[in-house]
Design a protein around this ligand. Structure first.
Ligand code: M6R
Length: 370
C-alpha cells in the first residue's frame, strides 16, 4: 500500500503534484472558462455573495489562509479565516449573502462540522471543500467542491494541503468570473499558472530532497525552530511549523516576518535555526526586500538561516546558510511549491529521530470530538 515508500507520509508528499493536477481536472469548459456546475449553486447566487468566511482546523485552516490572499485580490470581497472551534463562540456576523467555506480533508472534523451547522442556522450558505466523498461535512453542506488528492493515511496532512489551496483558488477564480472582477484573459492566465504547478512541485521533489535531508540531519539536536513568512508565505510558515511540531516533536513557532521586531526577535540567539519563506526576487519588489531585511536582522543576531527561495535569488545566496530552491512562479502560486520542502524537512527530521512518521503520538487522523 505504501507503493515502495518507507511511510505513507513519504508517499503522500510525492503525490503532491498529482493531487494538484487531479484537483484541476474536469473543472473547465473547452473554451477555458471555469465550470463549477458540480457545486449546484446558481451563478446568480454566487454573484450576490459579499463576504466569505473560511472555517477549518490545523492544516486546512492554513490552506484557507493562503486562499484569503488570492480571493480578496481576485474577487474584491472580504475573506475571513476562522479556526472552526472559535467560530460559533464569537457571535460571527452571518447573512444570506455570506458564503461560509468549510475546508476539511477527512470531512469528519467535529469542530468544523459544528461551525458549519451554526452558519446554516444563521441563514448563510455553506460550501465544503473536502477530500472524502460522502463524509459528514459535505453531506451537511449546501454544496461541495471535492479535492481529488486521493486517500490520505498519514496523520500529518500533506497532499491534502496543496489540493485544498487549488480548490479554494478555483472557487475564487469562479467567483471572479461570475462577478466580472477579473478580465477573462487574466483568469485564463492564472489557470495556466495553476496547471503548471504540478511540474514545478515535481522539480522540487526531484532536485531538493538531498539538500533537505542533509539539513535535517545537521539540525537534529536543535531544541527549537522559528518559521518566518510574509504575505502568502506567512500561512506557509505556520504550516511548516505545524508539520515539524506534530511529527518531529520539536518546539516550533511560525510567525509573520514583520512581527519579528514586535517581540519574537528576543528569542533569536547564536545558532537558532530560522526557516524563512522568501518571496519571488523578480523585480526585487517590496515584499522580497522586506523579507531579506528580516533575514539580515536575524543573521546579525547569530541565527542559522534556512531559506526557501526562488532559484538564483542573489540576496538569499548571500545571507542564508542553507537554501531550499523553488522554480520561478507567480507569488500567489508559490505556496504550492514552498510547502513541499517544509513537508520533506519535517519528514526527514522525524525519520532521523527514529519516530513513527505516520502515527505521531497523541494525534488522530481525524478529530471527531469537539
Ligand atoms: O480532516 P481535516 O482536514 O478537517 O483535519 C483538520 C486538522 O485536524 C488536520 O489538518 C491536522 O491539523 C493535521 N494533523 C495536520 O497535519
Amino acid at each position: 500500500q505504501k507503493g515502495g515508500w518507507d511511510s505513507f507520509m513519504d508517499k503522500e508528499i510525492h503525490e503532491d503534484p498529482t493531487a494538484v493536477a487531479d484537483t484541476l481536472l474536469g473543472r473547465f469548459n473547452p473554451n477555458g472558462d471555469l465550470n463549477l456546475d458540480e457545486v449546484h449553486i446558481e451563478p446568480e447566487v454566487f454573484r450576490q455573495i459579499d463576504k466569505i468566511i473560511i472555517v477549518a482546523c490545523g492544516t486546512a485552516s492554513y490552506a484557507g489562509f493562503v486562499a484569503k490572499y488570492a480571493i480578496e485580490h481576485w474577487v474584491r470581497i472580504p475573506v475571513e479565516v476562522e479556526l472552526a472551534h472559535e467560530f460559533r463562540y464569537r457571535d460571527p456576523i452571518l447573512t444570506p449573502r455570506t458564503l461560509v467555506v468549510a475546508i476539511s480533508q477527512s470531512g469528519e472534523t467535529m469542530d468544523t462540522l459544528m461551525a458549519l451547522r451554526h452558519a446554516r442556522e444563521q441563514g448563510s450558505r455553506v460550501l465544503a471543500i473536502c477530500n472524502t466523498q460522502g463524509s459528514s461535512i459535505p453531506r451537511e453542506s449546501d454544496a461541495v467542491l471535492y479535492t481529488h488528492a486521493g486517500p490520505e493515511i498519514a496523520v500529518a496532512s500533506t497532499k491534502a494541503f496543496v489540493s485544498q489551496v487549488v480548490a479554494a483558488y478555483l472557487l475564487g477564480l469562479y467567483l471572479a468570473q461570475v462577478k466580472g472582477t477579473m478580465f477573462r484573459d487574466e483568469i485564463h492566465q492564472v489557470v495556466e499558472s495553476l496547471k503548471d504547478m504540478p511540474r514545478k512541485i515535481q522539480w522540487v521533489l526531484d532536485t531538493q530532497t538531498q539538500t533537505i535531508a542533509r539539513a535535517a540531519k545537521s539540525l537534529i539536536t536543535a531544541k527549537s525552530f522559528l518559521f518566518l513568512g510574509r504575505h502568502v508565505g506567512y500561512p506557509v510558515a505556520l504550516e511548516g511549523a505545524l508539520k515539524l511540531k506534530e511529527i518531529a516533536y520539536t518546539f516550533t513557532e511560525g510567525f509573520a516576518a514583520g512581527e519579528l521586531k514586535h517581540g519574537p526577535i528576543a528569542l533569536v540567539e547564536e545558532g537558532e535555526p530560522i526557516v524563512v519563506i522568501v518571496p519571488s526576487s523578480r523585480g526585487r519588489d517590496l515584499l522580497h526586500n522586506k523579507v531579506i531585511s528580516s533575514i539580515e536582522e536575524v543573521k546579525a543576531r547569530g541565527a542559522f538561516v534556512i531559506a526557501v527561495a526562488e532559484e538564483g535569488d542573489p540576496d538569499v545566496d548571500r545571507y542564508a546558510d542553507v537554501v531550499f530552491w523553488r522554480p520561478t512562479c507567480p507569488t500567489l502560486m508559490s505556496p504550492l511549491v514552498d510547502v513541499v520542502p517544509l513537508q520533506l524537512f519535517a519528514l526527514e527530521m522525524a525519520k532521523d529521530k527514529g519516530l513513527d512518521v505516520d502515527k505521531p503520538r497523541n494525534l488522530a487522523k481525524s478529530v471527531t470530538v469537539e
